[in-house]
Write a protein that binds this ligand. Structure first.
Ligand code: F6R
Length: 243
């Protein structure tokens, strides 16, 4: 795991965008793994500016999302398909039909999750996956206690994650979905390169566990220690509990 401690969220966004520019300039048909949440937003702003400036293009790429709520209305602004469309996909030159995510409203979710894993494989896999981390160490919606080798699957959100996300649902916990579909840790580990962002003191414990803790299903992000090309981008606060 390579650790980069940078002075600001903007600096982190630029550093990851530099890496994406490098990979996608060398391999214009590579695929990008995109995450929702606040951590990737500075990276997205940087990518949007670079595509507008003609430095970078995603016209031959596919985007693969990590996760989605189950049972959320198709037009809900917090539906992750809509979030990714708003925050990045609609503002760069990726083709709309090349933006994919696990389907939380599929008639048969068990079939849909298998099809999603297959689609990622069929399109050549993910070259670079952007990740955030939850304060409890989750990545995507892989919560503590889940399998470290899972494929895309249906899962139950923990109370902590639902409380963390209630701010996007009128601060009303009862409006936060209870289930999700998520790439499994095994699926995420198949990406050629992982770039994880964590900022702020509330991520410090999860970061310390991820980097220095024993690999454990109780801190799902610890599996990244086994990845041959994992980069972690932190601000000082998120790095504050590292030895
Ligand atoms: C998002 C996702 C989550 C977030 C994590 C951190 O697709 O899968 O694991 O990355 O909850 O969220 P933020 O970045 O909002 O702190």
């Amino acid at each position: 795991m390579e650790i980069f401690i940078l002075p600001s969220e903007e600096a982190i966004g630029k550093a990851i965008a530099d890496r994406i520019e490098e990979v996608f300039t060398a391999r214009p048909q590579a695929n990008l793994g995109v995450a929702t949440g606040s951590s990737p937003l500075p990276t997205y702003r940087e990518l949007i500016a670079r595509v507008a400036a003609g430095r970078l293009s995603f016209k031959d790429s596919h985007f693969f999302m990590l996760d989605e709520y189950v049972g959320i209305a198709e037009d809900h602004p917090e539906r992750y398909h809509n979030v990714i469309h708003t925050e990045i996909a609609s503002q760069v030159d990726v083709k709309p039909e090349n933006v994919h995510g696990p389907e939380g409203n599929a008639e048969d979710l068990q079939v849909a999750v298998k099809e999603y894993d297959q689609l990622i494989k069929d399109k050549g896999g993910v070259a670079l996956q952007i990740l955030g981390i939850g304060s409890d160490g989750h990545i995507a919606f892989n919560e503590p206690g889940g399998s470290l080798v899972s494929r895309t699957h249906v899962d139950t959100l923990t109370k902590q994650t639902r409380v963390d996300n209630a701010r996007f649902f009128d601060d009303d916990l009862s409006k936060v979905p209870t289930h999700c579909v998520t790439q499994g840790l095994g699926t995420i580990m198949d990406a050629e390169e992982l770039c994880l962002v964590a900022t702020g003191a509330n991520k410090a414990e999860a970061v310390a566990q991820m980097v220095e803790g024993a690999i454990s299903a109780m801190w799902p992000a610890t599996i990244m220690q086994m990845h041959p090309n994992a980069k972690v981008f932190l601000d000082e606060a998120a790095a504050s509990k590292l030895k």
